[in-house]
Design a binder for this molecule. Structure first.
Ligand SMILES: NC(=O)c1ccc[n+]([C@@H]2O[C@H](COP(=O)([O-])OP(=O)(O)OC[C@H]3O[C@@H](n4cnc5c(N)ncnc54)[C@H](O)[C@@H]3O)[C@@H](O)[C@H]2O)c1
Length: 452
């Protein structure tokens, strides 16, 4: 009998005995084979390769299998592993459904998923059903039913479904979380976040490189333009809410003492993508006839049960500087990222006037960042990618994940619900409680120490 079947049977038995996740010893996996973890990769495109490189830096991480459907992407991934001195993995590349063979055949502790959005849910389910913990790229699912499916499957199998929301680990965001936890802002009232990133050169390229050079997408595109752009053709809503919502969710204790109750979303007209095609490719380019459904700027307002509001923006089709639009405001003060400023009543030198955030970010630098700043340097996205990858690896060794399946779905469900609200003329739409009431007693889990 293979080791895989032993482990899977153990998990099934434990799950059947009830409350699998809580009964499993924290060190289940670390107790075996001296803390080594076996991590498979599904999707080795631009993001997958970067995370592969980061994971390959860990001597205790084995990467026995990878899966992709694109020979060029696989070749690049194999080179990354070779350069890092890792053994050559088995490759699953036999079509869209070959990931199922990988998770059935391979003896893996975890699977990291970095494929087009529509594949995250079926891949995460298949991995968990085969006794494999999941780290999925954002968003975790695209429909309300699929969000519930992730929760139910994670609870039934006892497998983690962590969303790899790296922005939760941004250095300034963690310092502000530290300030929130220490009560600097008083009681929180309002938070803002969003994805404000001019992606026109990502949504269109020349089919040979990931960024720009043409106005192709779909089967003529390369990397994200191959699949991401089609979502802007088909859907009108906040297509990418998690980078803005994840960080403020931890500050507001969402799923742990607080929950989101309802939202409204409103979209502007859709202009930017068509204009870009015409400007770059000319009015006669075949893509100039494509109609894009997604409004250029989508604004979502969420109401929390403890009273707070969250405003999210999705703004990816227009010329603009990058900004995740963070603002955190309470009864005692406010931080606003775009102004790089803060104001705390009674502490800031001048009433009614901003002061620079710098000294606060330094003073409240999070203990986790202090501990790992050297390791995080150069790891991507200002260092935050180091932390999210490390957190997933630690969870495979037995630690409780600090971003769990409930976070994965509460961040992701904003996609379909914002679409629904827009469809209904900006009507308020209820947000499901995926914790089934446990939010009332759950305690915060993220950013509590210098461990993960
Ligand atoms: N957290 C972040 O900061 C961050 C940054 C970039 C991308 N992402 C997310 O990562 C994911 C991947 O993005 P990307 O930029 O790498 O896109 P990409 O297009 O470069 O890579 C996707 C890969 O998935 C492969 N693929 C498609 N269908 C497959 C299937 N059925 N089986 C196996 N492989 C399949 C493709 O061949 C491709 O190599 C997306 O969800 C994206 O939103 C997150």
């Amino acid at each position: 009998m293979s080791k895989k079947i032993n482990r899977r049977d153990f998990i099934k038995t434990t799950a059947a005995a009830g409350a699998a996740a809580t009964l499993m010893p924290k060190t289940l996996f670390s107790a075996t084979a001296s803390n080594r973890v076996k991590l498979g990769f599904i999707g080795t495109g631009m993001r997958g390769q970067w995370v592969l490189w980061l994971a390959a830096q860990y001597p205790e991480v084995d990467i026995p299998a990878i899966c992709d459907i694109d020979d060029g992407m696989i070749e690049s991934a194999l080179k990354i592993l070779k350069d890092a001195g890792k053994s050559e993995p088995r490759v699953y590349k036999n079509g869209d459904e070959d990931f199922r063979n990988m998770v059935e055949i391979e003896d893996l502790d975890g699977a990291y998923i970095a494929t087009p959005w529509e594949w995250h849910h079926p891949m995460a389910i298949a991995a968990m059903e085969n006794g494999i913990h999941v780290g999925t790229e954002v968003p975790a699912a695209l429909t309300v039913d699929d969000c519930w499916d992730l929760v139910n499957t994670s609870e039934r199998t006892g497998q983690h479904c962590m969303i790899m929301e790296n922005v939760c680990y941004r250095r300034d965001v963690m310092a502000v979380l530290n300030m929130v936890q220490q009560g600097l802002f008083g009681e929180l009232l309002h938070c803002q976040g969003g994805y404000q990133h001019d992606l026109r050169h990502v949504k269109f390229n020349d089919g040979k490189q990931p960024y720009g050079g043409g106005v192709e997408f779909g089967e003529n595109g390369f990397s994200e333009s191959k699949w991401r752009t089609q979502h802007s053709v088909d859907r009108n809503g906040d297509l990418y809410p998690t980078h803005g919502l994840g960080p403020v969710s931890t500050m507001l204790d969402i799923n742990r003492g607080n929950k989101m109750v309802h939202l409204t979303s409103t979209a502007t007209q859709s202009r930017g993508l068509h204009k870009y095609i015409v400007d770059q490719g000319g009015p006669d380019h075949p893509n100039a006839d494509v109609e894009f459904k997604c409004g250029d700027i989508v604004t979502t307002v969420i109401k929390c049960v403890n009273g707070q509001t969250i405003m999210l923006s999705h703004d990816t089709n227009s010329p603009r500087p990058y900004s995740l639009n963070f603002r955190v405001q309470g009864t005692q003060g406010i931080w606003q990222k775009d102004a790089q400023s803060i104001y705390i009543e009674g502490t800031s030198p001048e009433a009614h006037r901003w002061e620079s955030e710098d000294s606060y970010l330094e003073k409240y630098d999070h203990p986790l960042w202090k501990r790992f700043e050297n390791e995080a340097a150069g790891s991507g996205h200002g260092g935050m990618d180091f932390f999210i990858v490390r957190a997933f690896i630690e969870s495979l060794k037995g630690a409780d994940p600090v971003i769990d399946v409930y976070d994965a779905v509460s961040m992701s469900v904003i996609c379909p619900l914002s679409e629904k609200s827009i469809r209904l003329g900006s009507t308020a739409v209820k947000i499901p409680d995926f914790t089934r009431g446990k939010w009332k007693t759950n305690k915060p889990i993220f950013g509590l120490n210098d461990y993960i």
